[in-house]
Design a protein around this ligand. Structure first.
Ligand code: PNS
Length: 160
């Protein structure tokens, strides 16, 4: 059984992330969405909120599992029996950072492979940070994130 892991901060999940999850679920027997608990960086959404939202928007994909993790991704992979890291690539600008991470993860555990999926063209400009910035200044985030995510992001930003 081939288990893949799609790691990220998902603060919040975007339609670009969801696109990779849907396509990744067709490639792996099981796909784990790994939500990083970053102790150094307080995000907009709490980790539990991010996990719940991803669970909600992936509920119809039976081979997708969502969980949070702390520490090294390779350690989470050992625990979850995942052997492949799935990452989305939007543009050449993503490459350097992703290349470095792929090499580091492979150095930490030579059994670990990273595979890259090209983000669908319609989402190539999308990022969680851009969504938060647009929402912060009152712009419309419809179509950028799943519908369930919109009120949560807007309310969180208002409450800040
Ligand atoms: O969505 P992001 O913030 O770009 O995701 C980054 C993530 C979570 C994939 C990366 O920061 C990560 O894997 N962190 C876990 C710590 C780790 O394993 N570091 C070693 C690889 S450089």
């Amino acid at each position: 059984m081939k288990v893949g892991i799609y790691p990220g901060s998902f603060d919040p999940i975007t339609n670009g992330h969801l696109d990779i999850i849907k396509r990744g679920a067709k490639v792996f027997d099981e796909l784990i969405v790994g939500v990083l608990v970053n102790v150094d960086k307080k995000g907009l959404l709490e980790i539990e909120e991010r996990v719940e939202l991803i669970k909600k928007v992936t509920k119809d994909i039976p081979n997708v599992r969502v969980q949070s993790f702390t520490g090294l991704l390779v350690d989470c992979m050992k625990e979850t029996k995942a052997s492949v890291i799935l990452k989305g690539l939007r543009a050449v600008s993503d490459f350097e950072y992703e290349f470095q991470m792929a090499l580091m993860n492979n150095k930490l555990d030579p059994e670990v492979e990273t595979v890259f999926m090209m983000t669908s063209a319609e989402y190539s400009y999308l990022s969680s940070s851009a969504v938060k910035q647009v929402a912060k200044f009152g712009g419309c985030i419809e179509g950028l994130v799943p519908d369930e995510v919109i009120p949560i992001v807007i309310n969180k930003i208002k409450a800040k």
